[in-house]
Ligand binder design. Structure first.
Ligand SMILES: [Zn+2]
Length: 257
């Protein structure tokens, strides 16, 4: 069983709240988290503060970065410099991510999500307003990661609303997410953007015209493309080839799983 109450003893020697939160959450991950890629029962913390990631799997070598925040919501997570994040995404120089929300009242883990690296596209990174002239780092531009803009296939819950999800279920979802790996950043953006629209259609069965309903939105995200409808149809075929949806009849589809 995964322990959802975090041990606060590692924080006793720290003064600042952000440092306390960092050591408590990192210690919890090192004590409790399995590798969602290969199922290794533990992952390891990097000895020193590595610039690229916080944890690695001793079995499959995969790397992970942890973003945690106080409170229940994980819709939007504040991160570092906007340009750094965009560079990391476009060069594919990103680890996988863990997103955690916790309750500071009792240091319990509320939500813990795994997002594989290929689900990061510029479309989910929101530019924040530059720091004002009076700020110490005037003009610096930070970013928010918009978790709700990532298709559900790529936001894999390990703990949701304070309940741990069965590990087998997690590994199965990670395998499905792997079927969406697309190396090229432009192709990846299209595929994930169309999947995200499909996610927002509530029923399992849906039609081509319902997906066309997102035409303006998709066109705004990809202004260089003037053939949005053919592009939508092509992405639906790719989603079918990768097993995420089925074609039932002409212009009609069904979500799998
Ligand atoms: Zn592993």
């Amino acid at each position: 069983m995964m322990e959802l109450l975090m041990d606060t003893t590692p924080a006793e020697k720290y003064r600042s709240n952000s440092q306390k939160a960092r050591v408590i959450t990192e210690q919890w991950v090192a004590d409790n988290m399995f590798c969602p890629r290969c199922g290794s029962p533990r992952i390891s913390h990097f000895e020193n503060n590595k610039p690229v990631a916080d944890f690695f799997c001793p079995v499959c070598d995969n790397q992970f970065e942890l973003k945690s925040k106080n409170g229940a919501s994980l819709e939007k997570v504040t991160d570092g410099a906007y340009s750094t994040m965009i560079n990391r995404i476009t060069s594919l120089d990103n680890p996988d991510f863990f997103f955690m929300s916790y309750s500071k009242a009792d240091w319990s883990v509320r939500n813990f999500f795994f997002v594989p690296k290929h689900f990061f596209t510029p479309g989910i990174i929101e530019k924040r307003r530059p720091l004002s002239e009076n700020a110490r780092r005037a003009g610096w531009v930070g970013c928010n990661i918009l978790l709700e803009s990532i298709p559900a296939t790529g936001r894999i819950p390990i703990i949701e609303h304070g309940q741990a999800i069965d590990e087998k279920e997690v590994l199965k979802k990670v395998a499905i997410a792997e079927s969406l790996v697309v190396a090229d950043i432009n192709a990846r953006g299209w595929l994930l953007d169309v999947l995200s629209c499909v996610d927002r259609i509530e029923s399992r069965a849906f039609t081509l015209s319902e997906v066309y309903g997102f035409e303006n939105e998709l066109s705004a995200k990809h202004p260089a493309n003037h053939n949005v409808r053919p592009k939508i149809r092509q992405q639906l075929q790719l989603l079918r080839d990768r097993g995420l949806i089925e074609f039932t009849r002409r212009g009609e589809y069904r979500k799998n799983g």
